[in-house]
Design a protein around this ligand. Structure first.
Ligand code: MN
Length: 498
């Protein structure tokens, strides 16, 4: 959805003047070669831009100021090829407002055993130069990711890209606007939270517009626009009989298309990156947006139901982070359990709004009654989701901080047809196992709403949480419940004293 190559990560190499011009030239040539190699790598999603080496406190501070001000730059990779006395970095790091990755690498992969001499040693000093730099970053209590290994190593590149994607998601949040149509679902706790603190901490704003404002826009959509969108539906989906031309529910399909076009226009006009709605407040709307929410999500917008703005924002960020990768990201809810011994799993779904980016095969476009909301029957896309590795992520507001939870899961290819279930659905087995995974999630206070991802890794989400400066609770195959419960207790104490 988003071309991440438009974003730049600046490759900054530190040194000093002690070694003379000849050495500095070599340092610069090596740094340029490494940054160009990373930039050309298909496994790195953003651009990596070489910057002239920095050798004085003034140069470092000036460059950090430029990093902060440059719109394209979403973070920096630092590397100390030689020794760069780290007091030189204090003022620069103090003002640096963008994500930092410390690449602890070395130009040569191997020691040249037969030719190594002191010139070689003096050029290749990152083994100690990067420690001096690491000290000052730790001393300043500055968050960063440390990646260790030779720069051509596949895992090193994967670690770098995880962080680049997280930085792109973070960059997307800065100044982003999310709109809520209607408030939080009445009495629901976990979907609510502190929007002022979220804007301060995360950089995005969440504001409400009256449902009537949206309905006004929906009503301006012309019949010709509606007809054109219905053609798109007919090409992309298998329409049930009642929605086809001359079918008795054809009008509902037109209403749904009009809602989609109105919503899309509202989001585009207001420059919003996502939205929430609630079935409790649809005044003037004919049906709850079903296919509209599904398709708008697929187009890259954030969405969550019941006023859940935190999940809507997370869905958006995760879509940006997953740009260009196979698979999708969707709003999700843990809906119903299958407790068959040895084959326990979760059925994930929502009333309607699962993003079609995770559909396996051609979705069916159907209309069915909705038990709640008191509106006309909503049109929705119905589909299954393929098996494979996936994860669920959720942001909750703990009162004194935000927490990101991530549960790695194994999606299960559906064996049964579910002919009477009129919604898109996913089956998964939480890791490490159903009992531990669900208990861990509940002890950690994770929401029933999540973003379900087929293409992101927990490494990317941990990097994202680190960049955001929030707690990350990871539940995966290594999770032991007692250990996790202790970590939650310790973290409570840590966050109170931070
Ligand atoms: Mn829900």
């Amino acid at each position: 959805m988003t071309d991440l190559k438009q974003f730049e990560v600046w490759f900054i190499t530190g040194s000093q003047h002690l070694y003379g011009e000849e050495t500095l030239k070599q340092v610069s040539a090596h740094a340029e070669e490494i940054s160009k190699y990373l930039n050309a790598s298909k496994a790195i999603s953003t651009s990596i831009v070489f910057k002239p080496i920095v050798t004085t406190p003034d140069e470092i501070t000036a460059l950090c100021r430029e990093v902060n001000a440059n719109q394209k730059c979403i973070g920096i990779i630092s590397w100390m090829h030689t020794f760069s006395p780290a007091k030189m970095w204090i003022n620069g790091l103090k003002i640096l407002q963008k994500p930092l990755l410390h690449l602890h690498t070395q130009y040569n992969r191997d020691i040249p055993w037969s030719s190594i001499d002191m010139d070689f040693m003096n050029l290749n000093q990152s083994a100690h130069g990067d420690r001096e730099f690491g000290f000052i970053v730790s001393r300043l209590r500055k968050e960063r990711k440390v990646v260790v290994g030779h720069w051509k190593d596949k895992d090193v590149i994967k670690n770098i890209d995880a962080w680049c994607r997280a930085a792109a998601g973070w960059n997307d949040w800065q100044g982003a606007k999310f709109v809520r149509f209607g408030d939080n679902m009445r009495y629901v706790a976990v979907t609510d939270g502190d929007k002022v603190e979220a804007e301060y901490k995360f950089g995005f704003s969440v504001n409400t517009h009256g449902i009537g404002d949206l309905v006004k826009v929906i009503n301006t959509i012309s019949d010709a626009e509606v007809d054109a969108l219905i053609k798109e539906y007919e090409n992309a989906y298998t329409l049930s009989a009642s929605l086809q031309k001359k079918g008795k529910k054809r009008q509902s399909l037109k209403d749904a298309a009009r809602i989609e076009l109105g919503l899309k226009a509202f989001l585009e006009d207001g420059n919003f990156k996502g939205f929430t709605d609630t079935f409790e407040d649809l005044y003037g709307m004919k049906q709850l947006p079903g296919i509209a929410a599904q398709r708008i999500m697929e187009a890259g917008y954030g969405f969550a139901g019941e006023g859940d703005w935190k999940t809507s924002a997370l869905v958006r960020a995760m879509k940006v982070m997953g740009s260009g990768l196979k698979g999708g990201n969707s709003f999700m809810e843990d809906y119903t359990y299958h407790f068959e011994p040895g084959n326990e799993m979760v059925l994930g779904a929502h009333m309607l709004e699962i993003c079609s980016s995770i559909a396996d095969g051609k979705p069916a476009c159907e209309i069915h009654p909705l038990g709640i909301g008191g509106k006309e029957d909503p049109v929705r896309l119905v589909f299954n989701v393929a098996g494979g590795n996936a994860l669920n992520a959720s942001i909750i507001d703990m009162g004194n901080r935000f927490r990101l939870l991530v549960n790695e899961v194994q999606a299960v290819k559906p064996k049964n047809k579910l002919p009477k279930l009129p919604v898109a659905r996913v089956l998964w087995k939480p890791l490490p196992d159903m009992k531990t995974g669900c208990a861990a999630w509940i002890y950690a206070g994770g929401a029933h709403h999540t973003c379900y991802s087929q293409n992101l890794s927990s490494e990317q989400l941990q990097d994202f949480a680190d960049i955001a400066g929030i707690e990350c609770v990871l539940i995966n195959r290594d999770t032991r419940l007692n250990q996790l419960r202790n970590e939650l207790r310790w973290s409570e104490y840590y966050c109170q004293n931070k």
